[in-house]
Design a protein around this ligand. Structure first.
Ligand code: ZN
Length: 184
């Protein structure tokens, strides 16, 4: 089932998410909906708060970027109850976009390496190090479950320049191909 995507202005995107019980009877269908919604909107990743659930879950499928980034081959995963343990390496900038911030793309600086623990949909536990573009995509999605958005990483001036666009998004005045929920 395709769910509407929360956009800038929704308080749900600003709440820190809580751990999820993977044995909950509704969890599997929720996860399926999260995948469906991400693919429908042509996203590389989608976090639960973006479909109005404040739980620590996100999905990523960046395998379509394999040509530009061979390391992304088969990078398709559900991350359940993830915790970033440490972030290290050099800061580097990369142009990011977000399904909750349609029409906005900006260069965002982040550290290049993360160590993270998480479970997959079969309840397998992982303690893994990611770097480069994989770390980048994870950090973006992880921000969502912490109540953050990529624009929070911009300097105040850059952020200010986006005011008009952000206002338009929060009123639903954007042309996009997927379903959004306009904040009240
Ligand atoms: Zn996003």
């Amino acid at each position: 089932m395709i769910l509407p995507i929360e956009v800038y202005g929704s308080p749900i995107l600003r709440k820190k998410s809580i751990e999820v019980d993977i044995n909950d009877s509704n969890f599997n269908s929720f996860l399926e909906n999260l995948w469906d919604t991400m693919y429908h909107a042509d996203g590389l990743g989608l976090a639960a708060p973006q479909v109005a659930k404040n739980i620590r879950v996100f999905v990523i499928d960046a395998s379509s970027m394999e040509e530009e980034n061979p390391s992304l081959k088969d990078f398709k995963k559900a991350f359940i109850n993830p915790q970033i343990i440490e972030q290290t390496g050099e800061e580097w900038a990369f142009n990011e976009g977000c399904l909750s911030l349609p029409t906005i793309r900006e260069d965002v600086s982040r550290l290049s390496q993360i160590r993270m623990t998480y479970y997959d949909e079969k309840n397998n536990f992982f303690d893994e190090v990611f770097d480069g573009i994989k770390a980048r995509i994870i950090q973006h999605e992880y921000d969502h479950i912490e109540g953050k958005l990529f624009i929070d990483h911009l300097n105040p001036l850059k952020r200010k320049l986006l005011t008009g666009k952000l206002n338009a998004i929060s009123k639903g005045k954007v042309e996009i191909s997927y379903k959004i929920r306009i904040p009240k």
